[in-house]
Write a protein of this length. Structure first.
Length: 340
């Protein structure tokens, strides 16, 4: 997460005191991601994360905290915001909400180091989240639904430099296609929305934690899985069938996909790639940090995925589509097969 809001040692000391974290040893800003400001704080009591929400309103922050508490009660391995000495779950810092959570055990692996064993565990975890989320009845607006991404794109499109005209042409065409072919009548529930490698922690092959519920909301479950495929099953400029199969097998060990979900999978992959292309273009061209730096998360990574998904560029999509078709036909056969 980028450093949009700079905190001094005095500011950090106040946070440490408010949340009774112990004697301050060190602190550092974490310069990954592109949405919020994150500080890693180390005290003699351990390590903690302080997150400053740069985008969400106070109500939205409360909704995220409430969801995290619900998940923790179901033994889901996510961060849980701590209470301050006065019983508050967040502080006001420069007009923004700051929350503090204890550091989760484990390490974040680069996507290249994530193996099929890890991916099976990831798939199982994501299905578990979707099943647990069924008991969460409070609504959280989908900040990354199709209409929201259309709105973001319209704002961004007007301000883009001329040398991106070919990209704009592709994005215009993709929005026109998905407007007609996305299926909204699919199973919905609580989704993570941003399951990238740096949002998951492992200890050896064991998954120990999931972080960054910034994008969590109520949405299509298959979209959440598609985002994980785009983020975790793409390596060395190609979609990797062994990674895809490992992720899906872990997911379906808890929650088998329905026939309509299998059918919609390719378009959900395309929409996920479109979303990250658009939001990363926005972050790079329209957002700056306190020190005037641009947020550099390469939108071309997901634009290239989109071209592969549109079959305009080679990159392993044939194997993925075949696996989807096989999964779909197998389940169709099983459904129609007479019982003995």
């Amino acid at each position: 997460m980028a450093i949009y809001t700079t905190l001094t040692k005095k500011d950090i000391a106040k946070v440490v005191d408010e949340f009774a974290l112990g004697e301050l040893v060190s602190f550092t800003g974490v310069k990954t991601g592109s949405v919020n400001t994150l500080y890693l704080i180390e005290t003699k009591r351990g390590k903690f994360f302080a997150k400053i929400d740069e985008v969400k309103s106070e109500l939205e922050v409360k909704q995220e905290i409430d969801l995290l508490f619900h998940l923790r009660k179901q033994n889901f391995p996510c961060l849980q915001p701590l209470k301050s000495k006065s019983g508050r779950l967040y502080l006001d810092v420069q007009g923004k909400c700051l929350t503090v959570s204890r550091h989760l055990e484990g390490v974040e692996l680069p996507v290249q180091a994530i193996t099929p064993i890890h991916l099976t565990a990831l798939g199982h975890m994501l299905a578990n989240l979707h099943l647990i989320g069924r008991s969460y009845k409070k609504g959280i607006d989908n900040r990354f639904g199709f209409n929201r991404i259309v709105s973001i794109y319209r704002d961004v499109r007007r301000q883009l430099p001329g040398h991106l005209k070919n990209i704009v042409r592709v994005l215009d065409d993709e929005f026109s296609y998905l407007e007609n072919y996305l299926d909204n009548n699919l199973p919905k529930g609580i989704i993570h929305g941003d399951l990238f490698a740096d949002n998951v922690k492992f200890k050896s092959n064991r998954l120990t934690g999931v972080v960054d519920f910034e994008a969590a909301c109520r949405g299509k479950l298959i979209y959440d899985l598609a985002t994980a495929v785009n983020a975790l099953c793409f390596l060395d400029d190609r979609f990797r069938i062994d990674r895809f199969e490992a992720l899906i097998s872990g997911y379906e060990s808890l929650r088998p996909l329905s026939l309509p979900e299998w059918d919609s999978f390719p378009n959900e992959l395309r929409f996920s790639a479109l979303r990250f292309t658009v939001t990363r273009i926005k972050d790079f061209y329209l957002r700056v940090t306190d020190d005037g730096q641009r947020i550099h998360k390469d939108y071309k990574e997901f634009y290239d995925r989109l071209l592969i998904l549109r079959r305009e560029k080679s990159g392993g999509m044939e194997d993925i589509l075949l696996a989807m078709a096989t999964g779909y036909d197998y389940r169709k056969y099983q459904k129609s097969k007479p019982s003995k």
